[in-house]
Design a protein around this ligand. Sequence first.
Ligand code: UDX
Length: 440
Amino acid sequence: MKISVIGTGYVGLVTGVCLSDIGHQVTCIDIDQQKVEKMRKGISPIFEPGLEELMVKNIDAERLFFTTDHKAGFQNAQAIYIAVGTPQNGDGSANLLFIEQVAKDIATQVTNDVVVVTKSTVPVGTNDYIKKLIQEQLVNDVKVEVVSNPEFLREGSAVKDTFYGDRIVIGSDSETAASLIEEVNKSFGIPVYKTDIRSAEMIKYASNAFLATKISFINEISNICEKTGANVEDVAIGMGLDQRIGNKFLNAGIGYGGSCFPKDTNALVQIAGNVEHDFELLKSVIKVNNDQQRLLVDKAINRFGTLSGKRVAILGLAFKPNTDDMREAASIKISQELVQMGAEVVAYDPIAMENAKKLLPGAIMYVNSIDEAILNADCAFILTEWDEIKKIDLSNLNNVMQEAVLFDGRNCFSIEETKNVNIEYHSIGRPSVMKELVVN
Ligand code: UDX
């Protein structure tokens, strides 16, 4: 089939590339000329494992195209995917300016019947609004139908998630439009759930809010574990064995970040507020997450009294491993506080440092390896569980650090392994491990 995708951010680009890989003729449209030039050469503007290989493969096979020209991009398309951003407004609600512009572009430039598919995460009712906007501004005598088809991709595994997702949700009031989109996705072989438009829109918000709730829940449990002497990892394993609970998304840490959970939880609180429902539970989830992000700093202050003049190594800056995305990363808040308190901060991340430099305080020193970061440090903060960070030689810390004190915000090491290497180890929801006292 011939498909257009508007917007080449994470969602749009991954969707377009994967749809071309299952045999569709896909044209990705973006207003950024420079970005389009690069993508034509098979260069991905984002770091996403496996994406560039697929781009090159499908560009070479003449199934994947990039353009800034909407009209040319829409030519003969049977489906147009909307994948533009819905950034957060000051009050937490979703900003629909890009969506409105796209609706106008579609209305004024399509020349054949088409199904418009909304991939962007939009408040309940937005697809009806898009439909209305298009109908009102439609120039040619063509039939335009609207389908909500939310994405559930995780950054860092977005390609894999597209091919092996748990479900494809299709919301529409037109059986023919829904069937066409089901057909588009057929080769993925993923179960399809068809429903009405508003339910599909809500499924996306409810899913993200539920996952965020799971994380804040286990983080609250971890705080209680610390005070009662329990170990949150063992608690999570014991809970997860109950299939009704499941063992996923129960990793305690320094809270969730990224482009979706913070934005979508705030937006759902707004959506609820708009229909006069006070979503107290979700408000608490958000508050717990904000508090959780500063937990390591509190632990360090308790340990050292003051962090002024201390050399602090930050290991990992991205909001999670396998991405260079810094959006809402816990490292932002943590590094700001450390710098404010007068600490000397040395940071390392395998790939997110360039993006980090745009967001973190100017006083931070960036280095190119873990070894350089921890050299002579008074303590180290682990903020992202990159593989190379999980492989640190703990037995060497005592030799290279001023004081081998580790604050691990991602529980990268088992308590057992830290006990044998003579370091001081503070993690989340588990007992702290103190250095052995050497008695002469
Ligand atoms: C998420 C959803 O998983 C995805 O379905 C949706 O489409 C977009 O938002 P993403 O933001 O890429 O994806 O990352 P995810 O892997 O879900 O992690 C989000 C945050 O939660 C990260 O900061 C991660 O560190 C944190 N997290 C996740 C935890 O703290 N504990 C967990 O157990 C799981």
